[in-house]
Design a protein around this ligand. Sequence first.
Ligand SMILES: Cc1cc2nc3c(=O)[nH]c(=O)nc-3n(C[C@H](O)[C@H](O)[C@H](O)COP(=O)(O)O)c2cc1C
Length: 474
Amino acid sequence: MAYRDLREFISQLEKEGDLQRIKAEVDWNLELSHISKLNDEKGGPALLFENVKGYSTPVFCSALATPKRLAIALDLPRDLSVMGVAREWMHRTMQKKIPPVEVATGPCKENIDKGDKVDLFKFPIPKYYKKDGGRYIGTTHAIISRSPESGWVNLGTHRMQILDKNHAGIWMIPGKHVQLHLKEYEKLGKPMPVAVAIGVDPTIFLCASAPFPPGESEYDYIGALRGLPVETVKGETVDLPIPATAEVVLEGEVDPIALRDEGPYGEYSGYYQATFPKPFLKVNCVTYRNNPVHWGCTTGKPITDIHILQALNRTALLWTDLEKMGLPGIKGVYCPPETGGYFTAIISIKQLYAGHARQVGTAVVSCPSGAYSTKLVVIVDDDVDPSNLSQVWWAIGMKFQPDRGTDILKRGFSSHIDPSLPIEEKDTTSRMILDATTPFEWRNEKKPTLITLDEEVVERVKRRWGEFFPSKTF
Ligand SMILES: Cc1cc2nc3c(=O)[nH]c(=O)nc-3n(C[C@H](O)[C@H](O)[C@H](O)COP(=O)(O)O)c2cc1C
């Protein structure tokens, strides 16, 4: 079932007992984010704050903080793991892309503020962490831009800080697609038209924050994930396709040259990223639904909402890229939420020839979705579930030999959010491929023999379990 909008997703969560409406008054200034963060740490439900101090409209938070809610977002069996949801994502998006369809109008046009009427403080935007530079209106949204050279429409999630009533700073990591579009506008000497859709069907956000290859529109993959095209409307002031059911849409332009200070911001690494000058959106028009729901994400230290959802979309895209490259024997892929879905990738393979494990390791750091930020690739045999970190540690402890199993690569595509890189040297990263497989070329008699329990005895023991432990059930 595809959700037409964020509201249908929220209703579904409520039907499944996975939503808490918070009716007590909550301050947008730190209190809201801290409730959400502590709730995520306890594995609590999604939250709808209905009484935000000084505002009459709600804020939705903690939305995708559990594997079950990822499954609800994609309408999959509720007991799937993050890796299981990612596998289904890959299957759906590899089948057929479904482009968006334009409709005449939509609920996002219920209210329209232009010119002097634009006021970003009209919405209950949280300040998430004490040292944040301000209130972040863009955490769970899609920034829509179009390449002036090729016409390619991109959707990306990039944090946005309110700078004043009609300006918001945007952190576009160099090499990310919206930044490539901005560079094209710079060559033309023109401002870049932008629309920002906040409060959308969860597949739109999940795809906007996923590393699809350049030149491809996230809209086509969102359609594939939903099994239905996204309905879009034209902007009031920009000629861009905008999800018709978005709660709030900011329309405006980004000057390719002008910069304003943005930050600090409590990033998903668990550390603040310092203030520095960045491009910003001049908002010329805001359209919004009646009683708009603001969707926010707390980011910050793992593991909460953002880390789980990034683990999903990074795992799904990396797995897809490896399959598209025609690499045989890939059994599982996992970008753990412990490292925010970035920096680390664990792949299990059924080795088919000598050198296979290293081929997979280098493919991970070279493919479009794996190149960015990855510092550690762990390759394990197919007797290890890559999403079970205890099993992964077993493989590292027992199968890995440092001189044989380690390769260091230099000058890779880094994440500027990586706190291990010094501030003045954030542009590239080194990487390690850690091959924790038993070498394929070892002859069978040289291979260590894995201990497995005797199946017949296991069956017998299970049948008689109650005799051995009469007072316990485990
Ligand atoms: C909640 C959230 C916030 C994010 N903030 C930023 C950001 O501020 N800057 C950035 O470049 N990427 C950010 N990302 C990651 C990008 O969304 C991701 O790299 C995406 O692939 C970018 O879009 P693109 O592939 O079209 O370039 C964020 C992701 C999430 C889930």
